[in-house]
Ligand binder design. Structure first.
Ligand SMILES: [Zn+2]
Ligand SMILES: [Zn+2]
Ligand SMILES: [Zn+2]
Length: 323
């Protein structure tokens, strides 16, 4: 009976998520969502690398946000929490790292300065690693924060300032990720990084598969186009319970004056078409994330309603997914 009541509240909470702000609600919801102390993912940011609003933007998308902070969105980031072992992990070190670290620690009622057990970096684009600067001498002065990176990313951080100073001063301790190699984070959680095609100027790019004891998730914040990947996203989707995937742009032509072929992402329109024939249960697994400031789904409107109507999810800050 107690469990049933908890799951009733879980459903209620899920229904009201979009209205919640993470900072006020998180610890309460976490305890409801994880009645058996199972690990969970918490969404700590949903915007593309440059955030929302984006520097210099006076268009409709961002104009109203300069005067207020309520509707701003942080850069794409997931927190992983194991309430049982009291451990946390962070996916991406974004420009919003200070707030995201604070929110992550709040999940366990911990001091804001506790470092996650590991920070996983997908690639060397500004929204995914520059938050590491907060671990350095000018900021936290962290000691041996475990930062997990692929080989090219490791070289990039080791060989280029200011990141090399984090390595030299041992603010961070680089740990090796290997593509397609699964490893245990603890006895309840497993992680597998895998390569995806992306504009790899400074590093390779990976997505992550995160497996708990009850559920598993894919996290692919950046990928050029689905058809350029040697795996079929629909087949990978079938193997997991949730997929947080690249929803940077809604459609072609979204950024007037920029050649969008130079910044390829699967447009949400293209993903909708690719997934159109999938059964609803598969569509329900998909949660778009990594929204550019121009993406209309950031505002209430027909695009957002359309996704919902078709059975797709879109991540909101403060969303929880039990693993
Ligand atoms: Zn990105
Ligand atoms: Zn804008
Ligand atoms: Zn990128």
């Amino acid at each position: 009976m107690r469990t049933m009541i908890k799951y009733f509240f879980l459903c209620l909470t899920l229904l009201t998520f979009s209205a919640c702000t993470p900072s006020e609600e998180s610890s309460v919801e976490a305890s409801i969502l994880a009645p058996d102390n199972s690990p969970y993912l918490v969404v700590l940011g949903i915007a593309q690398d440059a955030g929302y609003p984006q520097a210099g933007c006076q268009k409709n998308c961002c104009r109203d946000l300069w005067a207020q902070k309520v509707q701003r969105k942080m850069v794409t980031c997931l927190g992983l929490v194991d309430p049982q072992s009291k451990e946390t992990w962070l996916f991406e070190a974004t420009p919003d790292f200070p707030d995201q670290l604070q929110l992550l620690n709040q999940e366990l009622g911990q001091d804001a300065g506790v470092l996650p057990k590991g920070i996983f970096i997908s690639h060397a684009h500004m929204g995914h690693y520059t938050g590491l600067m907060n671990l350095g001498r000018e900021a936290m002065g962290a000691k041996n924060a475990a930062v997990w990176t692929m080989p090219r990313m490791t070289s990039y951080l080791t060989d280029n300032g200011p990141w090399s100073q984090l390595v030299a001063l041992q603010n961070i301790q680089l740990q090796k990720l290997k593509a397609d190699s699964t490893f245990q984070l603890n006895e309840r959680l497993k992680l597998t990084p895998f390569l995806v095609p992306h504009r790899d100027e400074f590093s390779e790019t990976v997505g992550f598969k995160i497996e708990g004891t009850k559920a598993s998730a894919l996290f692919i914040p950046d990928i050029d186009k689905w058809e350029r990947w040697d795996l079929d996203i629909r087949e990978e989707l079938a193997k997991v319970d949730f997929a947080f995937i690249d929803g940077t742009f809604f459609e072609n032509g979204e950024i007037p004056g920029r050649d969008m072929a130079l910044i390829p992402h699967p447009f949400i329109e293209e993903s909708r078409a690719l997934f159109a024939e999938l059964p609803l249960v598969e569509k329900n697994k998909i949660h778009f994330i990594h929204f550019n400031h121009t993406n209309p789904v950031l505002k209430m409107g027909k695009e957002r309603a359309l996704l919902k109507q078709e059975g797709f999810g879109q991540c909101e800050e403060g969303d929880y997914f039990a693993l």
